[in-house]
Write a protein that binds this ligand. Structure first.
Ligand SMILES: [Ca+2]
Length: 477
């Protein structure tokens, strides 16, 4: 009898310990919020040196978390940057190298069903998952957020626009719930939804991907924000974004969720300076270009009490988020494919460590235009014809190696010879030093040849390239 009681007690305590282990694991799975701004430039926030705007809420996030000075996205236009963040893979690899339009040509173009997203991985770890805001990775069934690991979606399929009847309609999951919405109402609506979602899921781990339209065109802040900045309407628009980020971080603190929530704030690409304004700060070029102004973005990561704080200069990529977040949530990182991002958990925890990236590639559309290795960046020769539709300018004369200051927002459209920059000394890419370092030029040109074979280029299909389902990939029509 004693033996039986002993066994029963042993089994009972065993179960109790198992249950406590399970609960412990649940508690340790952090909530994850990615706040993805649109077209916000490297110099658009006061914490990144902006003088004519005041962004106290995002600055506070930077003060309480880690602010990165060399964080890159994988494309300088919306859709490919988003595809790379969500899959941890270069746009050439995941099949989404050009921005998507509501055009007949792109009707079958969407994030491929075989791609694995951060949401897919976290959903398997029992996370609640939701995308709010701008999707821009496919219009049709099979390509929606709910087809890519998000249990719920609330937002627009693409950029807000009145040029097509569907582009100003709000979707909930895959159904239209509001038609012809006024643009200015979206940012508050999204923030309300996000706060509701946090409340509903405060007892379980959740992943919220909140992709604001701000500060993409139309530069149209709500009327309460007009005239609030020292800058233009664009500055007001940035301040409106800051206000809503503040509402979210405040709600997190009020719900006592901030100790178990990782908040990641970043932009999808640089500012559309030529068209709408914005600032890339000390960087050259902006959106649509492979200069640093297109690819290097403001990025802040905070996990109260768990991650290091301060300013970090390590060269990192938005593609690193997939393996990092997967590892923090206890998810398996896919091994049946190349994941270009690296697990940067130890850098986030300690604030120390070197970049895990040996080489990083800058594609504009399907054209390989630059390669980076550490502090070195080599721009590769190209013609205007090699450029995707957003960068073509057939009247542009090839750049001859002078007046890099004057290339402005258009970037280097045509280039006859490679240009080499030392980004540590010259983050503005103003002084070509290719003649002083022929060995670096040679090494990077050799790597360009290698990666073309793997990821593709103009007229080269790569061995690990997913090709979009339409002809003349770089053309709009
Ligand atoms: Ca964008």
């Amino acid at each position: 009898m004693k033996q039986i009681i002993g066994l029963a007690l042993w089994a009972f305590f065993g179960l109790l310990v198992n249950r406590m282990d399970a609960q412990e694991k649940e508690i340790n799975k952090p909530n994850i919020i990615i706040l993805f701004a649109d077209d916000l430039g490297y110099g658009d926030l006061s914490s990144y040196g902006a003088q004519d705007v005041n962004t106290p809420n995002i600055d506070q996030l930077a003060n309480e978390g880690m602010r990165f000075t060399d964080f890159q996205v994988a494309s300088s236009v919306c859709s490919p940057s988003r595809a790379a963040l969500l899959t941890g893979r270069y746009p050439m690899r995941n099949g989404f190298p050009v921005a998507q339009g509501k055009i007949d040509k792109h009707k079958d173009y969407g994030l491929h069903p075989d791609e694995i997203t951060i949401a897919d991985l976290l959903l398997k770890q029992d996370y609640a998952t939701m995308a709010i805001g701008k999707w821009h990775l496919g219009f049709n069934e099979g390509h929606q957020p709910i087809d890519h690991g998000f249990q719920h979606f609330y937002g627009l399929q693409s950029n807000w626009h009145t040029s097509h009847p569907d582009l100003d309609d709000v979707y909930s999951d895959n159904k239209v719930v509001k038609e012809n919405v006024a643009f200015e109402t979206l940012i508050g609506d999204y923030t309300n939804k996000a706060i509701e979602y946090m409340e509903e899921n405060k007892e379980n781990p959740f992943f919220l991907y909140l992709a604001y339209h701000s500060v993409h065109s139309p530069i149209q802040p709500s009327k309460e924000f007009i005239g609030t900045s020292k800058g233009s309407l664009y500055g007001d628009y940035v301040q409106e974004l800051d206000y809503h980020v503040g509402r979210l971080t405040q709600a997190l603190a009020e719900k006592k969720l901030d100790e178990n929530t990782i908040v990641i704030f970043l932009s999808d690409n640089g500012p559309a300076i030529c068209h709408f304004g914005g600032s890339a700060g000390p960087l050259n070029g902006g959106k649509y270009t492979t200069m640093e102004g297109g690819f290097r973005i403001p990025a802040i990561i905070k996990w109260k009490g768990k991650f290091a704080t301060g300013v970090n200069d390590t060269f990192l990529s938005s593609m690193d988020l997939l393996p990092t977040l997967a590892s923090l949530a206890g998810a398996e990182i896919p091994i049946d494919r190349v994941i270009d991002g690296k697990n940067i958990t130890s850098i986030l925890k300690t604030g120390k460590g070197v970049s895990p990236h040996k080489f990083v590639y800058y594609y504009n559309g399907i054209n390989l235009q630059a390669i980076r290795k550490g502090l070195w960046k080599l721009h590769l020769p190209r013609t205007s014809d090699d450029q995707p539709f957003w960068s073509k300018n057939r009247n542009e004369k090839p750049f001859e190696g002078k007046n890099l200051k004057n290339i402005g927002c258009r970037g280097l459209i045509a280039l006859k010879h490679p240009l080499l920059f030392n980004l540590k000394l010259d983050m503005g890419e103003l002084t070509d030093i290719s003649h002083n370092h022929p060995e670096i030029v040679e090494e990077l040109l050799k790597e360009a040849e290698r990666v073309r074979k793997e990821l593709g280029d103009i007229e080269v299909i790569g061995t690990d390239q997913r090709v979009p389902p339409f002809e003349n990939i770089q053309e709009k029509i």
